[in-house]
Design a protein around this ligand. Structure first.
Ligand SMILES: Nc1ncnc2c1ncn2[C@@H]1O[C@H](COP(=O)(O)OP(=O)(O)O)[C@@H](O)[C@H]1O
Ligand SMILES: [Mg+2]
Length: 373
């Protein structure tokens, strides 16, 4: 397991609602990145309603995720197929097998591990609708998550529901190993929507009472969680009132900043190209849409994802077993190392920002073979 090494950058496209344009955007992102010379793998994780293969004009029987889920192949890499576009590859979700729409927990973890190990510069995950844990977890592994919505009340509320659910899922995962906070979150989330008191305010108050030193970790999660918002079928430069409301709702209720990364125009010819979206994106009719996607991508890549930057020899991805090993290592260290911080925070941060933990330890002259490639 530990032989799987992180090579790629992951972009996930989600959004809560079906039909808002996730799959078309995924393909456009893939086309744009592959045009720039990157090797890109699109992965259709709309399990149960997969259609990327159709949009790419791939009709005959091909290897697909079902082969991996049914263990006909042992590596996800083995089911990568080529498309008509150079550098653009697909992991198809075409063949549907019972149970695939909601893979078991261990299978989900296995898929995630293999996605991280895929041989590509970029992996683009096209997600299904809804806020099922599996969808949130696939969204959660991305280096950049995009939430796409139409500027309509129902779709915007769904987008908010998706952002909120992903944020809570992140909080839950980071704290799940904390003996007090983890248990409190688990108990609250089991109560169901009506009885549960689990809001961010409630959680902050609770953490302040039971484990005040953990508040800074919660703030870190808030700061780090920055999904990019894309509005579909709206002219560029326009900010719809519903979008403004969505951004302020996220700021006020969740304490998180959503970045409005761009709008994509309506393409009236699109229905005629549903068997060849890349073609549409290369002709005049699709040009304004594709240019808008290119701009979205430029903004997404700017901060920290430039693949041309040499990747540091320090590792940024660890398997769960390796995290446990490093936590045991942290437990074995002398208390004096943690005088400016808390050993417990450092341990939980391993599930969230392992690279920060490693810099902290390196700054104090502490290294471990697992830290490096
Ligand atoms: N910018 C757009 N202009 C016109 N039609 C669009 C646009 N984006 C998506 N569509 C149409 O909306 C439908 C759903 O898009 P799709 O990407 O499959 O949504 P999702 O993956 O979110 O379910 C498609 O039939 C597509 O033709
Ligand atoms: Mg779709």
């Amino acid at each position: 397991m530990s032989k799987i090494r992180r090579k790629n950058r992951i972009i996930a496209v989600g959004g809560g609602k079906g039909g808002v344009g996730k799959s078309v955007l995924s393909i456009a992102l893939g086309l744009s990145l592959s045009n720039r010379g990157h090797k890109v793998i699109l992965i259709d994780l709309d399990l149960g309603a997969a259609n990327l293969h159709t949009y790419l004009g791939i009709m005959g029987h091909t290897p697909s995720l079902a082969d991996f889920v049914l263990r006909r192949v042992s590596e996800l890499q083995d089911i990568v197929i080529s498309t008509d576009v150079e550098n653009l590859f697909l992991i198809s979700g075409a063949e549907f097998v019972p149970g695939m729409a909601n893979p078991a927990h261990w299978m989900k973890l296995k898929i995630i591990r293999h996605i991280r190990g895929l041989d590509a510069d970029f992996v683009i995950i096209d997600l299904g609708a809804g806020v099922h844990f599996n969808i949130l977890d696939f969204f959660g592994i991305a280096d950049r998550g995009i939430v796409i919505t139409a500027p309509e009340p129902g779709a915007v509320m769904n987008a908010y529901g998706f952002i909120k659910a992903s944020f809570y899922r992140r909080v839950q995962q980071v704290f799940r190993k904390h003996p007090v906070v983890g248990r409190i979150i688990e108990e609250e989330s089991k109560k169901g929507e009506k009885q549960s008191r689990l809001t961010l305010e409630w959680l902050k108050e609770t953490i302040k009472t039971v484990s005040p030193e953990m508040i800074s970790l919660l703030h870190e999660i808030e700061e780090d969680f920055k999904p990019a918002l894309v509005i579909n079928r709206v002219p560029q430069g326009q900010t719809h009132i519903l979008v403004k409301n969505l951004i302020s709702l996220c700021r006020e209720k969740l304490g998180i900043e959503i970045e409005h990364t761009g709008n994509l125009p309506d393409v009236k010819e699109m229905p005629s190209y549903l068997l060849n979206i890349p073609k549409l994106l290369t002709i005049n009719a699709g040009k304004p849409y594709f240019e808008a996607v290119n701009k979205v991508l430029d903004r997404l890549l700017k901060p920290d994802m430039e693949i041309t930057r040499p990747i540091h020899k320090r590792r940024t991805f660890f398997s769960d077993e390796e995290i446990e090993d490093i936590i045991a290592f942290i437990d074995s260290l002398d208390e004096s190392i943690f005088k400016d911080t808390s050993r417990d925070i450092l341990k939980l941060r391993m599930f969230f920002k392992p690279e920060r933990v490693i810099s902290f330890l390196e700054d104090r002259g502490i290294t471990h073979e697992l830290f490096y490639c």
